[in-house]
Design a protein around this ligand. Sequence first.
Ligand code: FAD
Length: 477
Amino acid sequence: MQDIGYTTLDRTAGKLSASDVAALAAGIRGEVLTQRNGAYEGARKVWNGMVDRRPALIVRASNPQDVRHAVKFAREHRILVSVRGGGHHIAGNSIAEGGLVIDQSGLRTVRVDPEQRIARVAPGALLGDFDREAQAFGLATPLGINSTTGVAGLTLGGGFGWLTRKHGMTIDNLISADLVTADGRQRTVSASQEPDLFWAIQGGGGNFGVVTSLEFRLHPVGPQLYAGLAVYPAAQGRVVLRAWRDFTVDAPEELSVWAVLRKAPPLPFIPNAFHGKDVIVLALVYAGDVVAGERVAAPVLKFGTPAGSALAPMPYAGFQAAFDPLLQPGARNYWKSHDIDRLDDGLLDAAIAAAAAAPGPECEVFIAQLGGAMSRVALAGTAYAGRNARYVMNVHGRWQRPEDDETGRAWARRLYRDAAPFATGGGYVNFFTEEENDRVAQAYGANYGRLREIKRRFDPENLFRMNVNVTPAAGVA
Ligand SMILES: Cc1cc2nc3c(=O)[nH]c(=O)nc-3n(C[C@H](O)[C@H](O)[C@H](O)COP(=O)(O)OP(=O)(O)OC[C@H]3O[C@@H](n4cnc5c(N)ncnc54)[C@H](O)[C@@H]3O)c2cc1C
């Protein structure tokens, strides 16, 4: 583990007196939960069922003043503090063991201005909240592919999904944000206001403060888009994945085709004989005209002989939730992830072999196709440094029973290791497990030095360190 750079924030909230806690609660309009509250057990759970931490205090903030009060309290009492959005991060960083959680998950309002094509998003909003409100006006911004992910956490790490090749990353569409920094000050940041801090939160994660509001640019999208799945038997995997790889190289930016290697779920358009068998799922979205989409995506059905397919015009917001049934909260999850430049045959073969050896029906290998608009933003333009990666490969270890933890982890680590020679060495912080803080410098590459300088200016004591941590640069701020 990397040195977290600051070691005196070591007093846990368990040692606070009752009057300390009462003073905290007196300044909070929302709720302060302790282990005695009925709501506590539910409030400490996150998406990854493997995360089982017991914070001393959970502040359910109802406004930015609550956040300021909680930040000041945590700093003064030197308590480990964490910040919760949608609770999806695989490492469970939103829950501080023995510490204080600033939880804004109850604040889910999304306000769309259809004239200006702008959305103001509260810090607890989920992707589904955002898509629903924006799609009511035929608008959207690029988000991720699982509707229960939090907008805040996704954005702060970068954010990519079906619209990214056409409209850039989530951070590329961020106009401004309000955040409370470690000194307790509320700031608005944008390209013209506190530009260093704005640059840092565009990929630098939760290192720089607690975001209380986000403002995004919107684009006309759908509401119907040509989208869906083509499913091939794994026996055709070598041919299909090579054809897919070659096709993606010149595909127009409107089209994104992601490959998923897994056991076939019992979907109605897949014949029963394939259910539970190894398959390659090609999931695609054409972010443009539906007729053009059908034409441009047609080759995806000719990479081999599909076991089944469901490609058609469909509501964009509906497809944004298409993977939700496979990604329900509560399962035990362990992920490993690589940024990939070029899909070598060796990498594809390693992925096929790993999928065939997956220890359970919920494990999968996911390869997202990126590039397009996101790669046209200069590397130094935002903190996010993975813009040259044209693909991201995720090894999703997922199972239900604690006794399967070791086997599941070993499976994910093995493919991660086998794939390493084909990867860029970079990585996406939104996919890092808690043991991967030693990948932070590589993930930010040439941007890391500037990020550490900004961290030193705005959080010299590393108050916000329950995250993929950027340590403050040495010296006096
Ligand atoms: C099933 C699943 C699918 C996913 N799909 C995608 C995808 O398609 N594309 C993609 O880009 N990512 C994807 N991700 C990764 C996702 O972007 C990260 O897990 C992200 O951190 C989730 O944000 P959250 O708010 O839900 O998480 P949380 O766990 O609540 O927060 C994660 C971290 O973000 C920071 N944070 C959250 N809210 C705030 C705030 N208001 N102020 C300051 N810091 C804050 C904190 O450091 C916190 O520890 C996926 C994750 C899962 C589990």
